[in-house]
Design a protein around this ligand. Structure first.
Ligand code: CA
Length: 242
């Protein structure tokens, strides 16, 4: 299916009379920054030191969950019991230290061009992240100048992804309705959050196979942020041509 057909299928399935490209809502980890391999590595090193069995894919799939939820998943799976508060705190501290010891995270190739395509189209761009990683959030102003004055982080919502609240909050900030926005996400939980908010959700397969994002409900799936950046002008044109 081409971009025009996918856009129109989204519009009809939601009963929207028309679409308008007014706000672009961007996830951060794995979308604007190539941070997921580092997170997976930091988790794997923690697991090795704590005697927990895991694979890197576990952490790509769990992306968007809190650290506490991820540790809970590991303990339930291996020992069939809940993690204690002490374990959560200790194991997450190890993971965080492992992550900080890695080389600095790089900007995702193609992401600045994708953000620029939205800004060039006159859209408001909003950051929507579950991350509390201030170091990366502070870099946004340098790496994406002028783009993310509006931000929704874990502190701004009660129920994070895959619930719709983060994206609903972002639309409220931007003053737009679901038919006037797009979501750009790389992980299944984030895709589900965008879909639940009623927004046209672009899944970008920067870590997981494209199929996983399609199964999570992404309306359009790209294989890279470069491909996303190249196709966005056409997509935004189709959204606004009514
Ligand atoms: Ca992400």
């Amino acid at each position: 299916m081409n971009i025009e057909e996918l856009t129109d299928r989204f519009r009809r399935s939601h009963g929207y009379e028309r679409l308008e490209a007014r706000a672009a809502l961007f996830d951060m980890d794995g979308t604007l920054y190539d941070s997921m391999p580092g997170h997976a590595r930091a988790w794997m090193e923690m697991c090795a030191s704590a005697g927990l069995t895991a694979s890197p894919e576990d952490f790509f799939m769990a992306e968007g969950r809190t650290g506490a939820d991820t540790i809970e998943m590991l303990m339930q799976r291996q020992y069939g019991r809940a993690a204690t508060a002490e374990e959560v705190e200790r194991l997450y501290a190890i993971k965080s230290a492992n992550f900080r010891a890695l080389p600095p995270v790089e900007v995702m190739a193609g992401a600045p061009e994708a953000v620029k395509a939205c800004m060039d189209a006159g859209m408001t761009t909003v950051l929507v992240t579950g991350s509390g990683q201030t170091s990366l959030i502070e870099r946004l102003a340098l790496d994406y100048p002028g783009a993310f004055g509006l931000k929704v982080s874990s502190r701004d919502v009660r129920h994070g992804k895959p619930r719709p609240e983060p994206y609903l909050r972002a639309m409220e900030m931007a003053g737009v309705e679901p038919w006037q926005a797009v979501v750009v996400e790389n992980a299944p939980l984030g895709v589900r959050s965008g879909v639940a908010a009623g927004v046209l959700t672009i899944g970008v397969a920067t870590g997981l196979p494209a199929q996983v994002l399609a199964e999570a409900g992404a309306d359009i799936v790209f294989n890279s942020m470069r491909e996303c950046a190249e196709t966005l002008p056409e997509l935004l044109y189709h959204m606004s041509r009514f």
